[in-house]
Design a protein around this ligand. Structure first.
Ligand code: AMP
Ligand code: MG
Length: 309
């Protein structure tokens, strides 16, 4: 999702790259640059812990030591890893942070617009497994059982960061703010109009709008990154069961609820699981949803009817 232009009142905005995306913190009314700076610092810390690519990040070290030795990690990392495993079980393995090898394979494939070999796909697929990530709460360590296994927090990290941003803003009694971490959005205080990206159009063209207040909104979409080859689209949301881009008939899943981390994980998972299997998970947790299917059809959950147009 993205935020439709909000013209009311003055604002202070901080924009910076982290977590593989562009992040925006907007404060309305309260002009406290040091608060925005605190939030930014927190997000950069999280980036340094969660990054796949920065040598020495917790995730980098877990991956580097896969099959070798347990790795002590920061409590932030431990928290996200253990919740990510829970979402993994809850989505029947559709959301799987241990499918990092397959994610990397397809990331490279998308970059070069070339389909990986069958043996590479099979190899990466066999490397995912929720039971292979061993977390030890008492020691604060993480361990991947098998050589070559890879954790990838790309499907959940922005959500956790957004929740943390809100926690800091609340601590400083900021009542009107907007967090937008690469389309993972939380509106605090004033009501905001969120545009749901039209998967068939360029960025910034919405298919529908939702009004949101004191809620998080997260979109996962296979349309975001990918390429076409011989009429078939290959993208970045991987079905861990096949080791290939998910094929659930959904182009995008937008979720509205309270915890951005939860929404982030479930939105990615439901892109894999599909609408039918996803709905009961959402109902149980009081999460509203907008689904856009391959043929461009838009469906919403009942609780959203008043705020959707
Ligand atoms: P999101 O934008 O939140 O949907 O996250 C997409 C990113 O999550 C991808 O770029 C991968 O890094 C990672 N990912 C892809 N497939 C999965 C999956 N099935 N479970 C968990 N993470 C995934
Ligand atoms: Mg996600």
């Amino acid at each position: 999702v993205y935020v439709r232009k909000d013209m009311r009142g003055k604002e202070l905005q901080k924009i910076f790259p982290a977590l593989g995306t562009i992040n925006t913190i907007t404060l309305y009314e309260s002009f406290a640059p040091e608060i925005a700076e605190q939030v930014k610092k927190r997000v950069l810390d999280l980036h340094r812990r969660f990054s796949l690519f920065e040598q020495g990040s917790d995730i980098f070290r877990i991956n580097e030591q896969a099959g070798i030795i347990t790795v002590p990690v920061h409590p932030d990392t431990f928290f996200v890893l253990s919740h990510a495993l829970d979402y993994g079980w809850e989505t029947q393995g559709a959301f799987d942070i241990t499918s990092g090898a397959a994610s990397r394979l397809w990331r490279d494939a998308i970059r070069s617009a070339q389909i990986p070999s069958e043996s590479d796909i099979a190899g990466c697929r066999s490397l995912s497994g929720l039971t292979d990530l061993i977390l030890d709460k008492a020691d604060g360590t993480a361990f991947l059982r098998r050589n070559g296994q890879q954790i990838d927090l790309g499907g959940i990290a922005k959500g956790y960061a957004a929740d943390e941003a809100v926690r800091i803003l609340k601590k400083y009694k900021v009542h009107n703010a907007l967090i937008n971490f690469g389309g993972t959005v939380i509106a605090i205080g004033r009501e905001q109009k969120m545009g749901i990206q039209n998967p068939f159009q360029k960025n910034g063209e919405s298919m529908a709008d939702v009004m949101v207040k004191n809620k998080a909104v997260v979109t996962s979409g296979s349309y975001e990154r990918g390429f076409f080859f011989e009429g078939i689209r290959y993208h970045h949301i991987i079905d861990p069961r096949t080791g290939r881009p998910a094929d659930s008939e959904l182009l995008s899943v937008t979720l509205i609820g309270d915890s951005a981390m939860e929404l982030d994980a479930l939105a990615t998972g439901i892109c894999v699981l599909g609408e039918e299997k996803g709905l009961p998970l959402l109902e149980k947790r009081g999460i509203e949803a907008v689904f856009i299917s391959n043929d461009g059809e838009v469906r919403i959950t009942r609780g959203l009817q008043r705020d959707f147009f």
